[in-house]
Design a protein around this ligand. Sequence first.
Ligand code: HEM
Ligand code: NAG
Ligand code: NAG
Ligand code: NAG
Ligand code: NAG
Length: 521
Amino acid sequence: MLIQLVSSALIWAYKTSLIFFVLPILLLLVWRLWRFTIRPWLRPLEPKEIPYWIPCHTVGFLRSSDKLIEHGLNLTGNNHEVFAVQTVDRKLYIVTDPQDVSAVFRDTASLGFDGYLNELLISFGFTKAAIKKIWHKPSDDDEKMISETINPERMNFIHLAEDIFKRQLLLGEKMDRIRDDIMGTLDQSLHWRQLDFCTKSYHAKGRQISLYSLCRFTMVEAATRSLFGSHLHNIDPDVVDHMLSFGDHAWQVIFRLPTFLNLDVIAPRKKLMDALRVFVQLPESQRSEQAWAIKNVLDASDSFDIDFESRACVLLLMFWAANANEHNIAFWVISHLLYDENLLELVKRETEAAWSNDTLDINYLSANCPHLEAAFNEALRCYGGAVISRKVLQKTVIGNKELQPGHAIIMPSRQLHMNESAWGYDARQFDHTRFLKNRSLDRHPAFRPFGGGVTYCPGRVLAKQQVYGLVAILFRRFDMKLAMGNNGIKPQFPGLDDTTPRLGIADPAKGMDVMVDMWEK
Ligand code: HEM
Ligand SMILES: *[C@@H]1O[C@H](CO)[C@@H](O)[C@H](O)[C@H]1NC(C)=O
Ligand SMILES: *[C@@H]1O[C@H](CO)[C@@H](O)[C@H](O)[C@H]1NC(C)=O
Ligand SMILES: *[C@@H]1O[C@H](CO)[C@@H](O)[C@H](O)[C@H]1NC(C)=O
Ligand SMILES: *[C@@H]1O[C@H](CO)[C@@H](O)[C@H](O)[C@H]1NC(C)=O
């Protein structure tokens, strides 16, 4: 029937000498019918694919991943089965069912993080020579790589570097040190006279500040000093600005946008790499303030004979991981506190109790602030949009769908966080009380702000403490009130930015901010 149709159309086209025009269109129609109607029907195990004429979904994905995913969900009748999106060079399997996400995290044999990480490192500028070395599994002959102090478990360089960072962030002495450094820097940054950088205007005994600017600078400043001491600041005094600017545009690296587009990420990345390149070549005696993890990753780089360029890349990746989300989550938590006076009073009472003699007891703070905790978790749920990726290593089945090797899996955690069967009809509303009513809700499989499986964020405890510390210091030192609009009206709560692909906690929509009237106590 189809063949008849095609041949009679061809004859007709030939007769009307329109063949050169009609043939390609006809072939395209047939191909599309085959690809998106007949083939899926013949192969029910294959994830349904969002139909396309030319495979340039990457562009759509970059412009609005939320829209593209909604489109895919519509296509599959919103039953949350795995579906696929074709990009230029591969398929992305989109996984949105909480149970399927858990299955992906469990199946480390067929679904790997390494392949994805490898691509990430290449995007970050890793040299070809170093790429070979970092996946080399040390054998008996590689004495330097398996020394007792550095690598008794004989991991390859990348797994070793991940492991070093995990050990840095495990509860204990190493973590205390980095946490205390962060608190010390926050304590220093948050003095009345030092807040000019975020001040928009001055008024009777007080000032009006931009909350967004306040959170951005203080959080990144603190994390930078906790990792590198004063060394990076000494090499480049603007390193915090460069990291902020890099973070704003890092998605361009992650999604491998071609550099001829004159990307915004290029300049800050160059400045950070310039500083890190100098840093990694300093003799160890001049890196005395570096964190334990930085020292150990550099020692391991020596043993594995990794070149300086690639060492700087590894550090950039770690430096960025520590900074990618903190300022945004702090912004959302504090914004909600300022918009909800009752909640703010409760939180103030909780954090005030963690102070004694002008020192902050951070362990007390993290264990005894149920309202702050609920607001923090709810902010992670509402604004956490990490897109977690895996690479399919061998054929595997996830939720009745067969995934083919070579392609990528994408798990947009926002889909889970807005799932109405998990969170109720008001899933789109910020309501911290849901976490108060059910204290184990933070273990729900549809709550994945920190990812899961082998790459479950090792910084999650530090992240929480850094935000709580900022809140505790701010509200102890200053009276802070939401600034009203021109005619005394409460300004609208900022929406979130959906113009750039999200890698973690969402930014506020461009141009949106929260202005705060502030007085010294
Ligand atoms: C609210 C703040 C944070 C959020 C929402 C967050 C989220 C995440 C997520 C979703 C992943 C998994 C990525 C994947 O599987 O593809 C991850 C990994 C990671 N995070 Fe965080 N993170 C935060 C704070 C931090 C902090 C403060 C640090 C370090 C000081 C950190 C260090 C890391 C590292 C090193 C990894 C990679 C782990 C690995 O490769 O095994 N994160 N984070
Ligand atoms: C998905 O379906 C809903 C309801 O039918 C519709 O309003 C929405 O525009 C669709 N979204 C996309 C991206 O196609
Ligand atoms: C509080 O500080 C004062 C003066 O610095 C000191 O004498 C006192 O012992 C401190 N108390 C505690 C509980 O640390
Ligand atoms: C929510 O998750 C369940 C699986 O737990 C899934 O069946 C359902 O379709 C999802 N619903 C929405 C609206 O995301
Ligand atoms: C609380 O949350 C957990 C998921 O973490 C869920 O299994 C449980 O049913 C919830 N309890 C109530 C009373 O809603």
